[in-house]
Design a protein around this ligand. Structure first.
Ligand code: S3P
Length: 428
């Protein structure tokens, strides 16, 4: 895909539904008793993988564009799948489903694409085995394909070495099926969509500082879910609006859950002109409209507690930093190495090809700005949706047009990404 420099971006777009919330709404709907209706569901490949896995376990799910209806019959009614559960490129589907399968008294096999095959599963298989599940897989059981024979689980009090909502959620989903109270304590707070959604589905969840706990044996009841726009998708246009000259962009209905708004804090630190209009409804997941304008940027340090709150936004933040005066340091972000690609390597290698001054470190990267991005190069998403989109935005400010390979990967979380660029450049 060829992307060329533009003079300005202006207009309004509806950011597609949040990926984390879309996955969870299908999963919890499938475990609940009764009907769940989901509005503004993300029709990205990852969330469609989640739907397909639950259909293979006998759950009736209907999709009409962004409206999804799940006819849950209770967790006990999930059926032993005849086929392998294919989670595609989705780490969230893979890890959360393992937590569900751990408590089911049947056999199942979970596998995904070549990126999933490289991602560490030990972080969930270790605690799930401790709870009593029988789990095996490639390379000692820690990489897909993974097979599970679930059964009666016992509660654990788990201290996670990583701040990961996927780990926390997998254990809580197993904990719902265990005898006793299961708790997970994290080093930093990760996104809390699971906790909020369990409450929406009628379960009791207790949060105490960095610890979250659930009592086993609770039943979920089907409900209606509105999925706000994904702030991780909005981030690409927040940065685009800030770095493309003469721009003003309105992003509608973006999720503003405080465990996800690290990007807003980082943008403010870097001097971005941003207005937030919060929606006043009492939705369990807060949301609002964001207005972003071209800004005169300054460098910042991005580290510590902020990292889990913006972990998926670091690729696009790195691009922003190339346009900020001074040296931006991103640290405490070693988790980037085990995302869809090693995002320290892929961000650095692709931005360097465009002319950025950027160096990798053990747990992040250092970016010197402000640099003119010369472009005129062939770059690749490396099969990683967020790298593909970061490059799509970079192309809008490069002196010479760039060619991005493997843009199909963007389907995973933002199928209409390029048509939104066209809307804002006045081409659509
Ligand atoms: C997610 C959690 C995060 C995030 C991923 C979605 C989730 O992963 O990077 O895109 O929906 O729970 P980790 O749990 O590995 O930090």
């Amino acid at each position: 895909m060829k992307i060329s420099k533009v003079d300005q971006l202006s207009g309004e777009i509806q950011i597609p539904g949040d990926k984390s919330i879309s996955h969870r709404s299908v999963m919890f709907g499938a475990l609940a008793e009764g009907k769940t209706t989901i509005r503004n569901f993300l029709e990205g490949a990852d969330c469609l993988s989640t739907i397909s896995c639950f259909k293979k376990m006998g759950v009736s799910i209907e999709r009409d564009g962004e409206i999804v209806t799940v006819y849950g019959q209770g967790i006990d009614q999930l059926q032993e799948p005849v086929e392998v559960l294919d989670t595609g490129n989705s780490g969230t589907t893979t890890r959360l489903i393992l937590g569900i399968l751990a408590g089911r008294g049947f056999h199942s096999t979970v596998t995904g694409d070549e990126s999933i095959a490289k991602r560490p599963m030990k972080r969930v298989t270790v605690p799930l085995r401790e709870m009593g599940a029988s789990i095996d897989g490639r390379n000692g059981g820690d990489f897909t394909p993974i097979s599970v024979r679930g059964g009666q689980l016992k509660a654990i009090q788990y201290t996670s070495p990583v701040a990961s909502a996927q780990v926390k959620s997998a254990i809580l989903l197993a904990g719902l099926q265990a005898s006793g109270t299961t708790s997970v304590t994290e080093p930093h707070k990760s996104r809390d969509h699971t906790e909020r959604m369990l409450t929406m589905f009628g379960a009791e969840v207790e949060t105490n500082g960095m610890a979250v706990s659930v009592q086993g044996g609770q039943k979920l009841k089907g409900t209606d879910v509105f999925v706000p726009g994904d702030i991780s998708s909005a981030a690409f246009f927040l940065v685009a609006g800030a770095i493309v000259p003469n721009s003003r962009i309105v992003l509608k209905n973006v999720g503003l859950n405080p465990t996800r708004t690290g990007i807003i804090d980082a943008l403010k630190k870097m001097n971005v002109e941003l207005t937030i209009i919060e929606n006043q409804s009492d939705s369990p997941e807060p949301f609002g409209d964001l207005i972003i304008e071209t800004s005169s940027l300054k460098a910042a340090e991005i580290s510590g507690d902020l990292i889990p709150r913006l972990i998926d936004e670091i690729p696009i933040l790195a691009l922003l930093a190339t346009q900020a005066e001074g040296t931006t340091i991103i640290k405490d972000a070693a988790e980037l190495k085990v995302k869809e690609t090693n995002r320290i390597d892929t961000v650095v290698s692709e931005l360097k090809k465009l002319g950025a001054s950027i160096e990798p470190t053990e747990d992040g990267m250092i970016i010197h700005g402000k640099t003119t991005l010369k472009g005129g190069a062939n770059v690749s998403s490396h099969g990683d949706h967020r790298i593909g989109m970061m490059l799509g935005i970079a192309g809008l400010i490069c002196e010479e047009a760039i060619n991005i390979e493997n843009t199909d990967a963007i389907e995973v979380s933002y199928p209409n990404f390029f048509s939104h660029i066209d809307t804002l450049t006045g081409k659509a």
